[in-house]
Design a binder for this molecule. Structure first.
Ligand code: PMP
Length: 392
């Protein structure tokens, strides 16, 4: 039997960027302790009261098929929270509840792109992006951002790639760079979208993790609400990665089509997960700040460890749970650095090259282990880089 070209080419061939991660997991399975600073998963689990609410909802019978667009309560809660946070009037009919942000990314591109359409995204990028775009049979086209700009995209670079494109996918606060897009950056992006009639797909799953500056949703910029699809999620903001609950926010007519799409793909999200998500969102911004606090603390630890040396450069880390470190002074590629650090010191980080060519010579460090261990690992990493830079 033949498998579709779409499936066979989903990852685009070559390495999918997870080699170091898989090697670390194999070492662990073989009994070697490894300090893992790789994936974006909190070191805490979902809070007990949220799980208690989930359990109560399930015990009360919310275990059958839930409403495909999402429960009225969750859609209303997400709509109100979006209105409060962005100032853009948002109603239930602007919201589709999805099984996580990942599924919302797929749905958004299914709505924006026909097969063969060009879909833009920015390099460095979250690892699933190109495959998600290929999944809807769009043609992914990467627009590089630059280390010297701390990976703030330039509108001119996007415009240079925009001819015949249908959509642009952005992510601020950014995974993997930790960059938070400034108002000027977002206004430039908005203008390109308007000039070239692009859908803007704005992945805002890290919007509660901002350490410097402010999160601005581009949907709030003039002329953008009608062409922007916002991806949100409970995963990062509420430490609910495994619950698979996210959303897409957009114009009513797009959401209406995507409800039909959801009927034919996911058939919705479990009711008890949605009830627990309402409960979690009702805990308010104080709870979200508590979930984000460890990353902010560890960012400060990293700033202190990295001060006063120049073998490892820190991209400002304005938001999200990652540090992007410039290790070009060592003369190594990100891949070589990550492999050697794993082999010699049993510390696993992600090579910048896993996230595209623009982050070559960098590594991404997830701030997802307990403070003291994090500080120790960063000190080892820095000494390793200094020794390599001295020899370079
Ligand atoms: N977007 C970005 C930038 C991410 O880093 C992730 C998860 N790591 C997602 C979307 C998807 O998250 P989820 O499906 O858990 O909501």
């Amino acid at each position: 039997m033949n498998i579709s070209q779409r499936m066979q080419t989903l990852t685009g061939g070559g390495s999918d960027g997870w080699d170091v991660f898989i090697k670390a997991r194999k070492m662990i399975a073989a009994g070697t302790p490894v300090t893992e600073l790789t994936i974006g998963e909190h070191d805490i689990r979902t809070a007990a009261p949220i799980l208690q609410d989930m359990h109560g909802s399930a015990m009360n019978g919310h275990t059958g098929y839930a409403m495909v667009p999402g429960t009225d309560r969750l859609r209303d809660t997400v709509a109100q929270r979006t209105t409060d946070r962005t100032g853009v009037p948002t109603a239930r009919d602007n919201v589709l509840i999805t099984p996580g942000g990942q599924s919302a990314l797929f749905a958004a591109h299914a709505a924006a792109c026909d097969p063969g359409d060009t879909a833009l995204y920015l390099d460095p990028y979250y690892a699933t992006y190109p495959g998600t775009l290929r999944g809807v049979s769009a043609i992914p086209k990467a627009v590089p951002t630059r280390a010297e700009d701390a990976f703030q995209p330039r509108a001119d670079d996007i415009a240079a790639h925009a001819a015949n494109a249908k959509s642009l996918l952005i992510n601020s606060p950014n995974n993997p760079t930790g960059t938070v897009y400034s108002r000027a950056t977002l206004e430039g992006i908005a203008q390109v979208c308007i000039d070239h009639d692009l859908w803007l797909i704005s992945d805002e799953v890290y919007d509660t993790q901002v350490w410097e500056g402010a999160h601005i949703s581009p949907r709030s910029l003039p002329g953008m609400a009608e062409r922007t699809l916002v991806v949100g999620s409970m995963s990062k903001s509420h430490a609910m990665t495994g619950s698979r609950c996210g959303w897409l926010i957009g114009p009513e007519e797009v959401i209406a089509h995507l409800i039909t799409f959801a009927t034919h793909t996911t058939y919705g999200v479990p009711g008890f997960i949605q009830d627990a998500s309402v409960f979690a969102l009702d805990q308010g911004p104080g709870f979200e700040a508590e979930i984000a606090a460890p990353f902010q603390r560890r960012r400060a630890i990293a700033q202190a460890v990295l001060a006063g040396q120049n073998s490892v450069g820190l991209i400002p880390a304005q938001g999200a749970m990652y540090l992007m470190l410039d290790i070009r002074a060592t003369g190594m590629t990100g891949d070589d650095f990550a492999n050697a650090l794993l082999d010699e010191h049993h510390i696993a980080v992600m090579p910048g090259e896993s996230f595209g060519q623009a982050a070559a010579g960098h590594i991404r460090v997830a701030m997802t282990i307990e403070d003291q261990a994090f500080e120790g690992a960063l000190r080892t990493l820095t000494r390793f880089a200094e020794a390599r830079a001295a020899g370079a």
